[in-house]
Design a protein. Structure first.
Length: 193
């Protein structure tokens, strides 16, 4: 009984954070969803592409249910990192559409298997896992990248897009930032670096 409740609870959380992840692209130009916003090139569309690849592996290959579309193998060192950005030949629709197809495939795996179904993750130190482990891992990873996307989106629209749900305008966030900066400088001037 608890197994079914736990599986549905975890699956519901995964669905919710997937939607939030795609929501970070709403209202942005092609350039803004692709542009590198960190020194390592992290960008919004690349995060979605990355999650597509890894979710397809975790709910596909790990349980002997490979995703039907081609992705680079996990052990292909030459391809490593190419999932973190979109080429000029990949459209937003290509990447978001593939992410949604990965969801469908993953959801079918989750629905078909009991929560204690065995899987094998060859790149993990303890490779023998259950569906439970993979659900928790993918929720954690997707939430982690959604947090990255929150920060990237904030850099793009300074509190007007993804921050608008808080009911604050750009002036509020400018004042808040100035307040945080003042506090940081005050500590620094006291020699508490």
């Amino acid at each position: 009984m608890i197994d079914d409740v736990a599986k549905e609870y975890l699956h519901s959380d995964l669905r919710e954070v997937r939607d939030a992840m795609l929501g970070h692209l709403d209202g942005l130009s092609e350039y803004d969803i692709r542009r590198p916003l960190t020194s390592t090139g992290t960008n919004l569309l690349g995060l979605v592409k990355h999650l597509s690849l890894w979710e397809s592996r975790y709910f596909g290959d790990v349980f002997g249910r490979p995703f039907p579309e081609a992705f680079p193998r996990w052990d292909n060192l030459e391809q490593r990192g190419t999932d973190m950005w979109a080429t000029e030949h990949e459209t937003r629709e290509d990447i978001t559409g593939r992410y949604r197809r990965v969801w469908e495939h993953s959801d079918a795996t989750i629905a078909a298997l009991p929560i204690d179904s065995p899987g094998h993750v060859p790149w993990w130190p303890r490779p023998d896992v259950m569906l439970f482990n993979v659900l928790v891992h993918m929720i954690t990873e997707t939430n982690r990248h959604a947090g990255h996307a929150d920060i990237l989106r904030e850099q793009l629209d300074t509190g007007t897009g993804s921050m608008a749900w808080q009911g604050r305008d750009a002036a509020f966030w400018q004042n808040r930032r100035a307040e945080v900066e003042r506090a940081a400088r005050a500590v620094s001037s006291e020699g508490r670096e």
